[in-house]
Design a protein around this ligand. Structure first.
Ligand code: MN
Length: 430
């Protein structure tokens, strides 16, 4: 059995991945979340890898939780560090958390690792993307996810014996972590009884609760929260000593841990939300890549065009006031776009304070075709998105040759999920 302590488990998983090829377990099972590497993806991967590694007969093979980001980008996720932190109780002795540095990232993935050497379990997505897709798609054996089924994960894990089969679970719910806890809760309870480790189980509980609370707005979003989110939150909270009015015997971890964990749902949710939206310590370079996606289209003129799309958890006014002025924003965005060969840069912001809730969209086209596409996007969607010029046109372009830049507010609830396809359509018809 791999180490029970989460810190030691991560260390063992890292050695298994990065050790000499001749000593690597074959095949090596890797658990990975989606490319946005948000809290849900990161936490779900750690939880599933940990529980599968500790559940017979999977314990025969150590599962490696892989964070789908480069090592330097871990620092952009202070909310993950909070989820990995130790007890919040001043009276408890088990205050030791796990440092972010202990996690395993794409930076550690060996270049000589092949599809034949590995088995992949996906969480929070059900089709690999980016560079991992090219290298490893054919070795995907299972998934636990809450997105639309893209039909590429095989129906049954044929390589494995019945007891060791990879899961193939796709269900709509607020957070993928809820499905992982549902899948693993019996194994978790068993482990807690056989081999109690309060410090580790409480970090695991926080890793489950962090995405569940963030993705369901503290279990209060009526549109997003479903039964499995509530059930899994209750399982994780019982590990933290919360019994919520139920008799102790009804809760899954009644006998294991009785000391005060210092956990309070609303306080934990507030702490995570604050960390997610506090961008004040970051630079524009950090903020623009923190939640970034990129698409490449072939325009009707035949040229390839790249859209780079950054989502930002604060409004444009906040950025200009707290991160840097207009010139700093332009420098940051131009550098970010050049490094990635972006033709059209889009930045979507969400304003919480100053003048109430609002969303802004900044577009900056760097090439002739992209200018055509950006203007086409505005014309096609001006009414449906209720687009209005932002900030008296202070960010709109004046003199750059062959470029075009403009910033808008839009009156819809649309996030990047809805707006990016509209921008991509405009790029295709440019
Ligand atoms: Mn998710």
């Amino acid at each position: 059995m791999p180490p029970r302590s989460l810190g030691a488990f991560l260390k063992a998983a890292r050695s298994a991945l990065t050790g000499p090829a001749s000593q690597r377990p074959k095949p090596l099972t890797i658990v990975v979340g989606n490319e946005s590497a948000d809290l849900d993806s990161l936490c779900s991967a750690i939880l599933l890898a940990y529980f599968r590694s500790h559940t017979p007969p999977h314990s025969a093979s150590l599962h490696v939780p892989l964070c789908n980001l480069e090592r330097q980008d871990l620092a952009l996720r202070p909310e993950l560090q909070a989820a990995l932190s130790g007890s919040r109780s001043k009276s408890s002795t088990s205050t030791q958390g796990v440092p972010l540095d202990n996690l395993i990232t794409l930076t550690e993935l060996p270049d000589d690792l092949t599809a034949a050497d590995t088995r992949w379990l996906l969480v929070d997505h059900n089709a690999l993307t980016g560079s991992l897709a090219k290298r490893f798609q054919k070795s995907v054996v299972g998934c636990i996810d809450h997105h639309v089924d893209e039909g590429v994960v095989p129906q049954s894990d044929e390589g494995a014996n019945a007891a060791d089969k990879a899961p193939r679970i796709i269900e709509t719910c607020g957070s993928c972590a809820s499905l992982v806890v549902e899948y693993a809760k019996d194994a978790w309870r068993h482990l807690a009884e056989e081999q109690p480790d309060e410090a580790t189980d409480r970090i695991l509980a926080q890793l489950a609760l962090a995405p569940i609370l963030i993705d369901t707005t503290n279990l209060k979003s009526v549109n997003k929260t479903v039964d499995v989110d509530r059930r899994s939150a209750a399982v994780a909270e019982s590990v933290l000593g919360v019994t919520e009015g139920k008799k102790a015997a009804d809760t899954p971890f009644h006998s294991a841990y009785k000391s005060d964990s210092g956990y309070n749902r609303t306080a934990f949710f507030d702490e995570l939300s604050h960390l997610k939206t506090d961008l004040s310590t970051f630079s524009y370079a950090d903020i623009l890549r923190k939640d970034y996606k990129e698409w490449r289209e072939t325009a009707s003129s035949g040229v390839g065009l790249t859209t780079g799309f950054s989502s930002v958890a604060q409004g444009m006014g906040y950025l200009l006031k707290n991160i840097g002025d207009r010139d700093a924003l332009f420098d940051g965005l131009r550098t970010h776009s050049r490094e990635r060969g972006v033709d059209l840069a889009a930045v979507m912001t969400v304003q919480h304070d100053e003048g109430g809730f609002a969303r802004q969209l900044l577009l900056w086209a760097f090439t002739e075709e992209a200018v055509t596409a950006a203007k086409g996007f505005i014309n096609a969607n001006r009414e449906s998105l209720d687009l209005k010029p932002w900030g008296d046109g202070q960010l709109d372009s004046t003199s750059e040759k062959g470029e075009w830049r403009s910033c808008w507010t839009h009156g819809t609830k649309f996030s990047r999920k809805q707006v990016a396809p509209l921008v991509r359509d405009a790029m295709k018809s440019a």
